[in-house]
Design a protein around this ligand. Structure first.
Ligand SMILES: *Cc1c(COP(=O)(O)O)cnc(C)c1O
Length: 361
């Protein structure tokens, strides 16, 4: 018998998360110059990190001999969000927060509800914690909140909501999410994953954190990986009622966010100019990509984030043809679709040209 057989069945049943292909890997596979490759596959900020964050990270380098202290970043987030410091949980990316939440609230015999075409980490986190996945069919590619509420069973402890959702880019209005919170039993925790919150148009935006007072069973996850441009540093956070945050803080590894990530995130919060410019570039890039796809006669799912899912038909085949041209996008679970991260204008053009060749060449 192999040693792997000794792991519990719920662990052996997990399929690994498939990340966007790294530039270095594609360069090796097709013998391409890494500098010629365009990666629009992981919803990173195409401008890289905020300059303020970069300077702070360099300065923090001198301190890496010491274990990190989370106090300053926690205090700043709490102040910005108008919550207590005891309501913040820092994570090694918000993926860490998702995993901690599942481990804190699920065990064998429990279930969690998520949507079809939602972020693939949700089922992985649920299974890792020993829980059962209840997957609710999507409605127009987005979350069907009515059906998700109806799917709650007596053993359900957690509901996963991504807003905007990845990989679809679909968005639930704050009124819909609030109504959902009112309908969900107060003994079921709702994880509201807002990784793309900063990309929402001002008219769509509301501060969901204020609802935590009304709903102690709500936890919100946000990240520095997307608009803040710090994906490689790995830092995100959760905001919850003090009692929920306390549970997560008890089981997280004490030094789960490193010194450089703490310093970079702290500085990035103040780089309002970088955030505003990144938002504008994303809006313009979205228009460019959507117009380009329409010109090619392709349907897309209207997106509220920094990526767009495009129906290209033979997604596998088109993806291979794009890779050969040095363009990395992301295959996703919706049949026929590829997900494209909004890049800088010349990257979007590269993608559209490559896509046209892949379709007609
Ligand atoms: C990118 C993303 C995250 C954040 O991941 P990090 O671990 O913070 O890098 C979380 N949720 C969704 C839906 C995402 O797309």
């Amino acid at each position: 018998m192999s040693i792997a057989q000794q792991a519990p069945p719920h662990i052996r049943a997990i399929s690994a998360y498939v990340p966007g292909k790294p530039i270095t890997e594609l360069a090796r596979e097709f013998d391409l110059d890494p500098a010629s490759i365009v990666k629009l596959a992981s919803n990173e900020n195409p401008r890289g990190m905020s300059p303020l964050a970069g300077a702070a990270v360099e300065e923090a380098l001198g301190g890496v001999g010491l274990y990190p202290d989370q106090f300053e970043l926690v205090a700043k987030l709490a102040e910005n969000l108008g919550v207590g410091r005891d309501q913040i949980v820092l994570g090694s990316g918000s993926n860490d927060i998702l995993d901690l939440t599942a481990r804190a609230f699920l065990q064998a015999g429990c279930s969690a509800v998520s949507a079809q075409y939602a972020f693939p980490i949700y089922p992985i986190a649920t299974l890792t914690a020993g829980g059962e996945n209840i997957v609710v069919p999507a409605k127009h590619y987005g979350h069907d909140l009515e059906a998700m509420r109806a799917a709650i069973r007596s053993d359900t402890r957690l509901i996963w909501i991504a807003n905007p959702n990845n990989p679809t880019g679909t968005f639930l209005s704050y009124a819909e999410v609030h109504r959902f919170m009112e309908a969900v039993p107060s003994d079921v925790l709702v994880m509201l994953d807002e990784a793309y919150n900063e990309y929402l148009a001002p008219a769509d935006r509301a501060e969901s954190v204020v609802w935590i007072k009304e709903f102690p069973n709500l936890i919100i996850a946000r990240t520095f990986s997307k608009v803040y441009g710090l994906a490689g540093l790995r830092v995100g956070f959760g905001v919850a009622s003090a009692e929920v945050a306390d549970l997560l803080n008890r089981i997280r590894m004490p030094f789960n966010v490193n010194n450089l990530a703490l310093a970079g995130a702290y500085a990035a919060l103040d780089d309002h100019r970088f955030l505003a410019e990144s938002y504008d570039i994303n809006r313009q890039g979205m228009e460019q990509l959507v117009a380009g796809c329409k010109r090619l006669g392709l349907e897309h799912i209207p997106s509220h984030a920094n990526f767009v899912a495009v129906n290209v038909g033979d997604a596998q085949g088109i993806n291979q043809k794009l890779l050969r041209q040095g363009v990395i996008v992301r295959p996703v679970s919706m049949p026929g679709f590829l997900r494209v991260t909004i890049g800088l204008p010349h990257e979007n053009t590269r993608f559209l040209d490559a896509l046209e060749k892949a379709l007609h060449g």
